[in-house]
Design a protein around this ligand. Structure first.
Ligand code: ME8
Length: 501
């Protein structure tokens, strides 16, 4: 059994969860569920990033203590997970003391290995990113390119991490491991940042108390990004009471992140791990941004934000999961709107998959009393369904979730065309064609079973309902071929994707 450890970013608790958070989390859930179906030993981590300036500032603005704001919003993130149908194995909160202690241990090692020194820092700083910007990261008007707010000139005495020492090891990493960062365009972006020359970065904050104390200088707390990045490693130490999962799951197979936090995960994080003598994760997958219907950045003031709760209330959780990974190619930027949700729901989930499922189960019930004779599959369709599971797994291995879904969907469409071509309702009128009708129904049943097993990560509930109706509840990818489990007895099925009320 191979282990598969996959993570989302941990989200800031300075505000409530929004569509972008739901997006990454759903994507990672799809990967985790697919790997469980492959029989892998899976660990899926998500959580909240609770320290540092972004949270301290937001709390102050609301007249709250940082911990109170963190508690309030962490609860909302935690409650979001089941609402999204997300199957995370643990939810880490960085205000957890067990995390803090492990952060101290690791960073003490970085210190003892000689990678830390005290110095004065002056630079342009974005308090929302909690990040000093280097020259090519400063937008016009001396602004943060992400938050579009004016940068502030900060000067402070800090502990520094010798990032510059890792120039050559990181160059080697990028030369030797072309899939460390995916997709390729993001790999190039990270590599260009390294090639432009690494400067040492600040590791602590002296004027902040909301954070993990620096063990060798308790007047400082660690810079929030190092505390946050280490969550991927620390969580394994305390996610299960009395058990340390580090050996079982580290190094992580995939950190999945949005493009806004590329530099931290593809440059700072591997350098920090090297400095602490910890093995590097295998891949960082960087996805794009969801944009408003007008193709601009989503923003409340522009009124172009798609509300995930509204989508779920109207069309259900699965419609949101399907829509986000179908309509925007995972990896690229793309716009979102409630109109395109409706059109995917009606046009694809209800009319294509829903219809295929109800036609197939209804015809087997009507023409064969729900009992399918064993028999051959139409040779014209064999090749398309036999290789499908391997094709889908290969896409998911590269986190190409939209391509995986498209490969399955082509087969959903193929089966609908097959129904039209074969017109089973005509065959049913002619007793002499009973054998042909058996073959068509068998082919439809097996094809539908295979696509349904493979669709499970996107549609966890409807896939189970449908497989139950097909009397073949086995979800394993290993059985998602024509030589796998067979459909024998079919039961009636309620519409999977009804018209929203
Ligand atoms: O950056 N489109 O937290 P955060 C797609 N705490 N994804 C989006 C998005 C959008 N418009 N907006 C947000 C932080 N995201 C740090 C991370 S990790 C050690 C610390 C998603 O709450 C995307 O995954 O600002 C992005 O990287 C993340 O939310 C940022 O979440």
């Amino acid at each position: 059994m191979s282990s598969f450890y996959v993570t989302t970013p941990i989200y800031y608790v300075n505000a409530a969860p929004h569509l972008g958070h739901a997006y990454t989390t759903i994507a990672v859930d799809v990967m985790a569920r697919h790997h469980r179906q492959r029989g892998d030993d899976v660990f899926f981590l998500t959580g909240t990033d609770e320290h540092g300036e972004p949270v301290a500032d937001a709390a102050k603005a609301q007249g709250l203590e940082p911990k109170d704001l963190a508690d309030r919003n962490a609860e909302r993130f935690q409650a979001l997970m089941p609402r999204l149908g997300v199957s995370n194995d643990f939810f880490i909160r960085t205000s957890d003391e067990r995390h803090g202690r492990r952060v101290q241990e690791v960073l003490q090692r970085v210190h003892d290995n000689g990678h830390v020194y005290k110095g004065m820092y002056e630079g342009w700083y974005c308090p929302r990113c909690a990040d000093f910007k280097v020259e090519n990261e400063i937008a016009e008007g001396n602004r943060c390119p992400i938050h579009e707010i004016e940068l502030v000139l900060h000067q402070e005495e800090n502990w520094f991490f010798r990032l510059s020492t890792f120039q050559e090891p990181l160059e080697r990493l990028y030369a030797e491991q072309a899939d460390f960062v995916m997709p390729r365009e993001r790999f190039n972006e990270a590599k260009a940042f390294i090639d432009s020359g690494l400067q040492d970065i600040s590791l602590s904050r002296g004027r902040l108390t909301w954070g993990v104390k620096v063990p060798w200088d308790p007047t400082h707390v660690f810079y929030v990004w190092f505390d946050a990045l280490l969550n991927y490693y620390t969580a394994l130490g305390f996610a299960r009471d009395g058990e340390d999962l580090t050996d079982r799951f580290w190094p992580a197979n995939f950190h999945v992140i949005g493009k806004d936090i590329l530099k931290f995960h593809t440059v700072f994080w591997p350098a920090m791990l090297l400095a602490a003598d910890i093995e590097l994760p295998k891949h960082v997958f960087v996805h794009g941004f969801l944009l408003g219907a007008d193709g601009r950045k989503m923003s409340k003031s522009l009124g172009n934000v798609l509300d995930p709760f509204e989508v779920m209330d109207r069309y259900g959780t699965e419609a949101l999961r399907f829509y986000l990974l179908r309509d925007v190619t995972f990896g690229a930027d793309g716009s979102t709107s409630i109109d395109s949700v409706r059109s995917r729901y009606e046009g694809e989930l209800a009319n294509e998959l829903g219809n295929l499922a109800s036609r197939t189960t209804a015809m087997i019930t009507r023409y064969r009393d729900g009992e399918l004779a064993d028999g051959e599959i139409d040779p014209a369709l064999v090749a398309e369904f036999d290789g499908l599971a391997a094709e889908v797994s290969a896409f998911i291995d590269r986190a190409e979730l939209t391509q995986a879904l498209e490969a399955i969907w082509q087969r959903v469409r193929r089966l609908n065309r097959y129904v039209e071509e074969q017109a089973p309702w005509q065959l049913a009128k002619d007793d002499a064609r009973a054998g042909d009708l058996d073959r068509v129904l068998r082919t439809l049943a097996e094809g539908l079973r295979i696509v349904t097993v493979l669709l499970h990560p996107w549609l966890p509930e409807s896939s189970v309902k449908l497989l139950d109706a097909l009397g073949a509840p086995d979800l394993s990818v290993g059985n998602a071929g024509l030589d796998g489990v067979r459909v024998r007895h079919v039961s009636p099925l309620d519409p999977l994707f009804p018209k929203p009320s």
